[in-house]
Design a binder for this molecule. Structure first.
Ligand code: ATP
Length: 376
């Protein structure tokens, strides 16, 4: 996965050396284990190795005494060898079973962990959420004593677009993750359609939420399967419709096998194409909420503009949370929330915030100056 970085930093010999040492260690350990196993097999004494020789004189005694006259030396040896074969197999099975109990116990320990975020007992399944979001005095920390978000209070009416901006590490992505219920607020509440998120089945919320992140992960498989990931029941026609709306269809049909082109974990698609796959996935889901977390920041300005346009056209009525460092992509948001060190420091439309001449205005002017310098 790191081959481009290795080549770009000219660390080929270094990497080969590291790989070689790792492999030599692996080989030597494997070799030692193998020989120890063989040695252990030679000296291994299972109960049957003791019972078998002990049983021979017993059968011989019975045979000589005439108690069981039909038993011959041959039948004794044959019988005890057969017995040895089966019992030894059983013994080996239990030995292996004991060996596998260690990882099995770890596996079950993991499976037994109770999820920290659960639906409340009377949580309801709601299939037609309107998309009204309220953050009510939300505090959150990943580790106790290190608050990440403090007293977050804002509201997004159904279908409106709210942008979250602020310096790196301010807590923007954390805020989106709280809405997706990947984490739980320490205090305060997040409400959807007036109901606490804990009282709505997690499945209902996630099945109506579309997410487009900075890096779109594509699974090994065809481009069709990758779009279908959002809805396994989607027909080929629905997938093509979504790809058309996302502006990806023409690119796909020019690929060697069209929709059946193997995307090899995304290696064969450009950044813009991957983002369009993410848009097609989101479209297929027909979401009530859309979360864009730096969704276009890896794209060039022209592609970014085209992708934003596609998003505006296709998700006009969808409640959208846009997290972005590039302020030119969020100027038309219904509301912009500025976060710094986990707290909301400014809130309003682009024009209102410019007039305020505060933090947002400073960020916007800085970015405009940089763009102006780049143009010249
Ligand atoms: P960026 O613009 O760089 O993406 P952000 O504003 O989205 O930043 P977050 O990703 O929300 O910021 O992170 C906020 C803070 O929480 C950071 O200080 C980060 O180090 C910390 N943080 C993020 N994820 C975790 C985690 N899983 N465990 C502990 N701390 C975390």
């Amino acid at each position: 996965a790191g081959i481009r970085v290795i080549k770009a930093f000219n660390r080929i010999k270094y990497t080969i050396r590291r790989y070689y040492h790792a492999m030599v260690t692996y080989y030597k350990t494997g070799q030692a284990t193998y020989f120890m196993q063989i040695a252990a097999d030679q000296v291994r004494v299972s109960p049957i190795h003791i019972i078998w020789p002990m049983s021979l004189p017993f059968f011989a005694y019975l045979g000589l005494k005439g108690t069981i006259p039909i038993i011959t030396w041959g039948s004794i040896i044959y019988f005890s060898r057969a017995l040895l074969y089966y019992l030894d197999g059983t013994y080996k099975f239990f030995q292996k079973f004991r060996l596998y109990l260690v990882p099995a116990n770890r596996l079950f320990d993991t499976l037994d962990i109770e999820p920290a975020i659960t639906d409340s007992p009377d949580a309801k399944s709601i299939d037609d959420l309107q998309g009204h979001v309220q953050f009510e005095h939300v505090d959150f920390s990943y580790q106790p004593g290190h608050p990440i978000l403090r007293d977050i209070l804002f509201e997004v009416p159904p279908g409106k677009k709210v942008a979250i901006v602020g310096p790196s590490g301010a807590g923007k992505s954390t805020l989106a993750m709280l809405l997706m219920r990947l984490y739980k607020a320490d205090s305060g509440d997040i409400k959807i359609d007036g109901r606490s998120v804990a009282d709505i089945k997690m499945h209902s919320v996630l099945s109506q939420t579309g997410v487009i992140l900075q890096d779109t992960f594509l699974f090994g498989g065809t481009i069709r399967d990758n779009i279908r990931y959002a809805d396994p029941k989607a027909s080929d026609e629905q997938i093509e419709e979504a790809a058309k709306a996302a502006g990806l269809h023409d690119d796909i049909i020019n690929m060697p096998q069209g929709y059946d082109t193997d995307v090899a974990e995304g290696a064969s698609l450009s950044g813009g194409q991957k983002q369009r796959v993410a848009i097609a996935r989101a479209l297929l889901k027909n979401p009530k909420f859309l979360i864009l977390d730096e969704a276009t920041s890896s794209l060039d300005v022209t592609t970014e503009w085209a992708v934003m346009q596609t998003l505006r056209e296709n998700f006009a009525d969808v409640t959208t949370l846009i997290i972005s460092h590039r302020l030119n992509t969020i100027v038309d948001a219904d509301e912009i929330i500025v976060i710094d060190k986990g707290s909301i420091i400014e809130q309003g439309t682009h024009e209102q915030l410019l007039k305020k001449r505060g933090f947002y205005n400073m960020l916007y002017q800085q970015q405009s100056d940089i763009l102006e310098t780049e143009k010249n």
